[in-house]
Design a protein around this ligand. Sequence first.
Ligand SMILES: [Zn+2]
Length: 135
Amino acid sequence: MKICDNCGKNNALVHFIAKPPLDDTQPADVPRSLCESCGKDFIRSLPRKEQLLFAAGFRPGERALNVVKQYVVATLNVQGNESELEIVTGDHGRSVGSKIYVRADMLPSGLKVGDRFSVSGTPLELDVFESSRGE
Ligand SMILES: [Zn+2]
């Protein structure tokens, strides 16, 4: 078991994958392994990336089965790094029909307003994605 790089207490489940910064005004990324709570806070606090990459494992006792959800892009603000999504299918986490705000740099590249796309991953990966702009 790996311990969270931030709090040093909990099991590290969220792994931030470092990529080169967008420009030289930003500090170089350092890969980190964080617990669920620190990981969500950390991802929300990061400056805008070309593409923010992370992975998250299954929580202890959780069924090791990936989940899939579909979203439609309602708004997209690349400079402000914010996108409003409508959840269109999927039975994990926030309910179908809900609108959520996420970091635009976590979306698959090349999306436009009105596009439908799906995300599959561990339940925690979807939770981190859906809360990337706040709970
Ligand atoms: Zn932690």
